[in-house]
Design a protein around this ligand. Sequence first.
Ligand code: ADP
Length: 410
Amino acid sequence: MRSAKSSDYLCFCNSKEVEEDFFNSGEQYCQAIENAGGVPFQLIFGPLVGEGYYTKVGEGIRQLLGVTPKEFTEEMYQGMIEDIIPLSDDIPTDQAETREKFINGEIQNFKAEILLRTNWGEKKWVRDSSLPLRDQKTGKVIGSCGIFFDISERKQSMVHLARANEKAEESDRLKTAFLNNLSHEIRTPLNAIVGFSTLLGEPGESPERRKEFLNIITHSTDHLLEILDDIVEISKIETKIVKILIKEVNLNSMLQRVYDRFRAKAAEKSLLLRFDAHINEKEVILRTDSFKLLQLLSNLVGNALKFTTYGKVEFGYIIKDDKVEFYVADTGIGIPKEHQEKIFNTFYQVESSSTQRYEGTGLGLSIAKAYIELLGGNIWFDSHPGEGSVFYFTLPYDRKLNLLDRSTQL
Ligand code: ADP
């Protein structure tokens, strides 16, 4: 195999003068190409693709593919190719076919984007633009001369752009779905409020019936307020104006508050609701935002109860080094695998295959995730359709603070 020599440039020229001119202009062109970030090359074909040799390769090949111009061979180049995207319809993707067409003059201008795996394992997109190289005497195509351009950055930004576009479309779809959903979500409690308020005014209703109407009105009003609170909250998160108020929170009292908030709901659905406060740690103190912790635990426990028909919902925490790990476990419907990646997305709701429709806006988990991240923790879950789900999240835990607190209390 021969390596590149500038004198090889001359082998197709006749008179010394012309050679001199050609050499000078050739070298100048090559320099200009290299200055523009391209790697000029001249390839003499072998009997088969991969058996040719380069008579000229620009220095830029070192940076492009991690090899010196001397080391670079057609065999090596072919071995790096992972994908070829021809840039015109007359260029086949099959290399041997392309070579044949190139030699018999069917392809005058070869242009393709080529994905290469470099010697150090990095993937690079390269644009290969080349023209036929002819034997001066016979006029036969004996090789090609062209330029490699590194287009990896452009390709990368195209991928980012496509992803951003996809995200924007997804967000658009979600917002439309949200608006449809929202109008339904707001309409349902509003209709109940209006309808049952009218009924309250009707003469002849028994006190029991009136009490029943009042309960429905209260429930619907609470639900309406929850929806509106969620919308306000997510808007604050999106516009990054959420404020955090850190103070000392007694975890066991916090769990008790969550339990008290949901015990009636659990009883209504005949579900067992349990919480596991740390028995040995009467006073586990956390420095965090109490309101947000209450809200995100409520979101998770509320969801667990909503998506469970039989069985139980349990929640609690364990202390792991410098973290508190909370859990909320249910024996509910679970989350199908294909939806698991998306449930933290704003407005996302798993469509139920059954006819049952669950109340909600698809905002609870995205609010919970945003809060947890703001408070320095993580959230994840483990879920099996038909068996149930366990949601976990962590928050920073300061052991020193707890020791200090206990010793001052003694
Ligand atoms: P929503 O207001 O709909 O409950 P969330 O953001 O809280 O919104 O939850 C998003 C979706 O994730 C829910 O609509 C539901 O499909 C799924 N999901 C959340 N928690 C659970 C759970 N404990 N069990 C089953 N599915 C759940």
